[in-house]
Design a protein around this ligand. Structure first.
Ligand code: ZN
Ligand code: ZN
Length: 820
């Protein structure tokens, strides 16, 4: 990008400039303006000056440097920090002022506002900070600035996106505000010890007539509870050295619905303070008991700490405000917008109506003391395309109009990446700073700058995604919606086509091609993230439901996921391994005489099938990770492991190594583990797993094998070899139900057994499966009659430390069949 164009583009939208090019920071005949900070400058001022010097050098190639200001202020200089107290007057610490005076440029502000001012200047010069690892920096030998006189700060005291991507560049996205909460779901732990001595504060359960700790609520009307909470909050005040300006001393309820106290006093207040919202929804006055308690806490703490701010959640069961009780002047309310409709804005659909009414009333009864916790992601799968770009953008403006004091948007806070995460963070961070900006204007700039030749098609892709939940019908979805169910088949077809068009538009141009792949990886994952049975087509396992092999697509999608895990509970590694091992992939056949073995390296090196004279031993019809599972990958930490061939397979041997590289995978993706499958002259099939000291072994091992076993169990002789070397019959008895898990069938086990022999009438063979493992705990046999299978599970302990770089055998198993 040429700098002049950048300035022109920027200027069109900025009214603060009146005349042109008053200040030259550098030009071929003019040396770089010195960057100066005060002699007494705190670290953040020096850091800000150095940061600006680095970028100005990147733009111009000239040697900008930061230094302490000399005694006589030079006529031409960039002055960073508080040189003139009047410049940032009236601004909070997260605001900044930029002013040109002759040939001097003042960037004025406190911490963190000063650094925001530095990035503002760089943006005025055409720099764009897209993401944690992407920015556009123009180059130009001449850098000039027009006359500037601007002050800037967010209308919100909190303006944060809780996302691993955004929190990697908090200053560039201006994520740090001036207020903070000292806790979250902290009320339960805070009062737990007290409740041990004073069970009267515990919530009453009417059914059991007991007061019992439930991790959600207390009896907020109980005598002594307000005093006890005040004592606990005072401890936090002391830990914060009595700070009163910025912290909001916080105690919030636990993290789910229900669990409210059912004592007669509380229930009377729920009734008395029941609130009917303007649309006629009647809401029990649960929050009244909480706010009454907080008002008492406020009254206790205010005289001791004048100006103290305390706060709590209006969350889940407590989201609705009370009918009568008004929060005291120093009680602050944090309202999470959970389990409404995320894909539509608060004012856009009726599913958000109740939340909207609740929030509006909180803003009335606690003016300038309401904070929002919004959710801008699909927690069931961070990667699935999720149309919440416009809804969150509109919500930010709505919160601003209502007078909400602070906004935090929770995204993928577990891993980096996530559907359109770069776009979301860019747009939302701009709006959190300036809600009055037009979404269109920000998007124009983003798409042009970020997607280059694919800008127009990517714009259409995002618009189609947003339209998918609006036309022809409104489709509502909250942040926990499963399976991408809001994207109907026509929308999926359209988005898949647009993805293809965007890729064609990007061609081989980088970084645009990679950006399109990353932004649309969710469509690929949506298409292939399913499990099911396989068919073998031309040497590959292909899903019955798929037209073509999907494993290459899975590898590519994993490489374009910006290291994202799928949801709150899975890290990137475990998820992508599962995604890949669910796709099947190449299979290899070994044969010797009448014995044939089939191995699927990508599916954790699974010995997928063994056939004797054409009769298959294993049950492979079920879910891929349940069937005939000779996991060896399971031995390695991280669960199922894709393997790759090493060397050329022969007719009777196949060697593999655990090895996978996917995108920006920062985890240890190469381990020294090897697996070999071989058939000897006697038809015995042997699987050997070796590892060296770099292998990350899991502690325990459960190797499961599912044998085809139709018919009467009494005809299937099942014996195990005990530690004494004797063969002992395995007695099966009905497995008991375990809570919600119903009995799967008949089960039995032999402690310490090292081999199992099964007679399978269907195959007319007897198979002996021998395990050579250091410490076998037991062999367990489960007969699932309905599924026509016998599942044999070997439990063992694994060696924790493997010395040396040479492969050492971790386990070996041998399957030997004889005709019955
Ligand atoms: Zn109660
Ligand atoms: Zn909706």
């Amino acid at each position: 990008m040429k700098l002049k164009t950048a300035i022109l583009t920027t200027l069109l939208g900025v009214a603060a400039f009146s005349t042109w090019a008053e200040l030259t920071l550098v030009a071929p005949e003019i040396p770089p303006a010195p960057l100066l900070y005060r002699a007494e400058a705190p670290k953040h001022e020096i850091d800000a000056a150095k940061e600006l010097a680095v970028y100005l050098k990147r733009i111009s190639g000239a040697e900008f440097s930061a230094a302490v200001v000399p005694e006589t202020l030079p006529e031409r200089a960039i002055l960073i920090g508080i040189f003139d107290e009047t410049l940032d007057q009236g601004l909070r610490a997260d605001g900044f002022a930029i002013k040109t005076v002759g040939q001097r440029l003042y960037i004025s502000g406190r911490n963190p506002g000063l650094s925001y001012g530095v990035y503002e200047v760089l943006e005025l010069l055409g720099c764009r900070f897209w993401s944690r690892n992407e920015e556009s920096i123009p180059t130009a030998a001449t850098i000039t600035l027009p006359e500037i006189d601007l002050k800037s700060q967010s209308p919100f005291t909190l303006h944060d996106i809780m996302s691993r991507e955004a929190s990697a560049i908090p200053r560039k996205l201006r994520m740090t505000g001036v207020e903070n909460f000292t806790g979250g779901h902290t009320m339960q732990p805070m009062l737990k010890a007290y409740s041990g001595e004073h069970p009267e504060i515990l919530p009453l359960n009417k059914k059991t007539a007991e007061r019992k700790f439930n991790n959600l609520h207390y009896c907020y009307l109980a005598p002594g509870i307000a005093e006890a909470l005040a004592v606990e909050l005072e401890k936090v005040v002391a830990a914060r050295k009595g700070a009163l300006d910025f912290p909001i001393y916080f105690a919030g309820m636990g993290d789910w619905y229900g669990g409210m106290c059912q004592c007669p006093e509380c229930e009377a207040v729920y009734e008395e303070e029941s609130w009917t919202d303007p649309d006629g929804r009647v809401k029990p006055g649960y929050s009244a008991t909480l706010i009454r308690m907080f008002n008492q806490v406020a009254a206790i703490l205010e005289p001791k700490y004048p100006g103290i701010k305390i706060g709590t959640f209006a969350y889940m069961s407590l989201e609705a405000p009370p009918a009568k009780t008004i929060p005291a002047a120093n009680v602050h309310i944090r309202v999470p917008r959970l389990r409404h409709c995320t894909v539509h804005a608060a004012e856009e659909c009726d599913k958000n109506g109740s939340f909207r009414r609740n929030l509006e009333r909180w803003c009335e009864i606690a003016p300038n003391r309401v904070y929002i916790w919004d959710y801008g992601v699909n927690y069931s799968n961070f990667l699935y395309p999720f149309p919440c770009i416009n809804s969150i953008a509109e919500n930010i403006r709505y919160y601003h109009r209502l007078g909400v004091r602070g906004v935090m948007i929770q995204g993928n806070y577990v891993t980096t990446g996530g559907d359109l995460v770069v776009l979301r963070n860019y747009l939302w961070s701009k709006l959190l700073w300036k809600p009055e900006l037009e979404t269109e204007t920000i998007l124009d700039e983003f798409f042009t700058g970020y997607y280059g030749p694919a800008a127009a098609t990517m714009r259409t892709y995002v618009e189609a995604l947003e339209a998918a939940v609006r036309t022809p019908d409104m489709i509502h979805a909250d942040e926990f919606v499963k399976n991408g169910s809001y994207l109907k088949p026509p929308a999926r077809t359209q988005l898949t086509e647009l993805r293809q068009r965007a890729l064609e538009a990007a061609g081989e141009a980088e970084p645009y091609k990679r950006r399109v792949l990353e932004a649309t990886a969710g469509m690929e994952i949506l298409a292939i993230d399913n499990s099911g049975s396989f068919k073998e087509v031309e040497g590959q396992l292909v899903k019955e439901s798929a037209e073509a092999p999907t494993w290459q697509r899975a590898l590519e999608a994993a490489g374009n996921c910006r290291d994202s895990g799928c949801n709150e509970w899975n890290n990137g590694r475990s998820y992508w391994l599962r995604l890949i091992t669910n796709q099947g992939g190449p299979v290899h056949h070994l044969q010797s005489g009448g014995v044939k073995a089939t191995v699927a390296p990508l599916m954790h090196g699974q010995l997928r099938q063994v056939e004797y004279n054409g009769k298959p031993l294993f049950n492979t019809s079920a879910e891929p990770l349940e069937c005939g599972s000779h996991f060896t990958g399971q031995v390695l930490r991280g669960g199922p492991i894709p393997m790759q061939l090493t060397g050329e397979p022969t007719a009777t041997t196949l060697k593999m190594q655990y090895h996978l590289k996917a995108g920006e995978w920062r985890h240890n993706s190469i381990q020294n583990a090897w697996q070999e499958v071989a058939i000897d002259d006697n038809g015995a099939v042997t699987v050997t797993l070796s590892a060296s000291q770099r292998a990350q072994l899991g502690g325990g091992l459960h190797l499961s094998t599912s044998y085809r076993a139709a018919g009467d169990i009494s005809t299937m002789a099942i014996v195990c070899r005990t530690p004494d070397g004797e063969w002992q019959e395995v007695t099966l008895a009905r497995e008991p139900d375990q809570g919600r898990q119903k009995s799967r069938g008949d089960i039995g086990s032999v402690e310490g057994a090292s081999a199992i022999r099964l007679t399978l009438p269907q195959q007319e063979i007897t198979v002996t499966d021998t395990y050579d493992l250091a410490e076998i705990t037991a062999i367990t046999v489960l007969h699932e009659k309905a599924k026509k299978r016998l599942v044999v599970t070997v439990g063992a302990k694994l060696p924790q430390n493997i010395q040396g770089t040479e492969p050492q055998v971790i386990f070996r198993r041998t399957l030997q069949a004889e005709k019955q």
